[in-house]
Write a protein that binds this ligand. Structure first.
Ligand code: ADP
Ligand code: MG
Length: 364
């Protein structure tokens, strides 16, 4: 983060704006699929069900095909709505808010679902060496990603908030399924993992129904179950972060999650400056690296979601070395100057648009 940006915006009137989550979904990733049938139509025993709804502060779209598509789609929507009510940092009645309100004091007993996602988030924080950190909640609040603000956080406020930012401040107790935040300034925020984690749980849920294939789009977190009827892969388009009317390219996806993070999706605008909703947990400021977007291709949605956020924080060089040491996922990155970088394991999976030039990197 360049500190100079503080100087330019301090004490001036701020115009805050968080880009509409609704548009983010359809701008950020488009899913093309030749096999989709009109809503509700059935052929033989195979039905198609579509659900589109707002949850987790974004638009969700679930499209299923199979014998029990309608019942399965209802169950899928209900599960996401349940997660939303448990994990929303904005809803004072959520379990995450209960934990946050008790920061610095007692442990809070939570449901198994909440306990498991918190444990997963801590695992991803450790894996990414703290670039993904679910305790950035107070930073998000201070920077105005909770409600409209008309001031920039002071250096003192940021220092106090930063003292609470560490996934190591989260104590979990397996015995009684409870969570305690060690520092009074620690605030959990699961926004960087909840949607990817939810796609993993949806996959498990849908396995209980006779579903042939599914396309799940949770606010740009895409999860594909199965393949097209003709046996080919689904095409998931990755939006060009520098020109959201264009695509960087297409991911050919079968039984995989494609998860994109970019500063262009949700941001705060201050006199011409755009501040990303992705926080740098080390500096306490919105992340400002040479990356405009990071897309992860992985069979593990929660990991993919956490990684898309973490690699944005790391920046290009660190992200490439991270991948070289952990090449069990695929990654496509677009820099602020429009260059495309791609892990070598996606050579046949990611097809760049208009023969755009791509720099591939190999594992160590
Ligand atoms: P989106 O939610 O738009 O898919 P991301 O997956 O990148 O985008 O998640 C960004 C969200 O994650 C933020 O809105 C915030 O809730 C949370 N967050 C921001 N910075 C971090 C971070 N460094 N580590 C973990 N979570 C973060
Ligand atoms: Mg994420």
């Amino acid at each position: 983060m360049r500190n100079s940006s503080y100087g330019r915006i301090d004490k001036r009137s701020l115009r805050t704006r968080i880009a509409s989550a609704v548009s983010a979904v359809f701008i950020s990733v488009s899913v093309f699929h030749g096999c989709a049938m009109p809503f509700g139509k059935s052929i033989g025993q195979s039905n198609t069900a579509v659900r589109q709804f707002f949850a987790m502060d974004t638009m969700m779209r679930i499209e299923l095909q199979g014998k029990d598509a309608e019942v399965a789609a209802d169950a899928a929507q209900a599960l996401i709505e349940k997660y939303d009510s448990l994990w929303s940092a904005l809803d004072e009645k959520s379990e995450i808010s209960s934990i946050n309100i008790s920061a610095g004091s007692g442990a809070i007993k939570v449901t198994d679902e909440t306990f498991q996602i918190i444990k997963e988030s801590l695992k991803q924080a450790e894996y990414t060496h703290g670039a993904f950190d679910p305790t950035v909640g107070l930073l998000l609040e201070l920077w105005g990603f909770r409600k409209e603000i008309n001031h920039i956080p002071s250096t003192e406020q940021l220092q106090i908030a930063l003292a609470g930012v560490s996934w190591k401040n989260v104590n979990v107790d397996d015995e009684d399924c409870s969570v305690q935040l060690a520092d009074p300034n620690t605030r959990l925020d699961l926004g960087g993992i909840a949607k990817g984690y939810a796609t993993d749980r949806l996959k498990e849920l849908l396995a209980q129904y006779e579903i042939d294939r599914a396309l799940i789009n949770l606010g740009g977190n895409i999860c594909v179950i199965g393949e097209k009827e003709d046996g080919s892969a689904y095409k998931v388009a990755i939006t060009d972060p520098l020109d959201t009317n264009q695509f960087l390219g297409i991911v050919y996806a079968k039984d995989v999650a494609v998860i994109t993070s970019g500063g262009y999706e949700r941001y705060l605008e201050v006199e011409g400056f755009r501040y990303s909703h992705i926080m740098n947990p080390f500096s306490g400021s919105p992340s400002e690296t040479d990356l405009a977007s990071v897309s992860i291709v992985s069979t593990h949605g929660a990991m993919g979601d956490a990684l898309s956020t973490a690699l944005m924080v790391m920046g290009l060089d660190q992200a490439i070395s991270f991948w070289k040491n952990n090449p069990d996922f695929g990654v496509v990155m677009c820099t602020m100057s429009g260059e495309l970088y791609c892990s070598s394991n996606l050579r046949d999976v990611f097809i760049p648009e208009n023969d755009k030039e791509v720099t591939y990197f190999e594992s160590a």
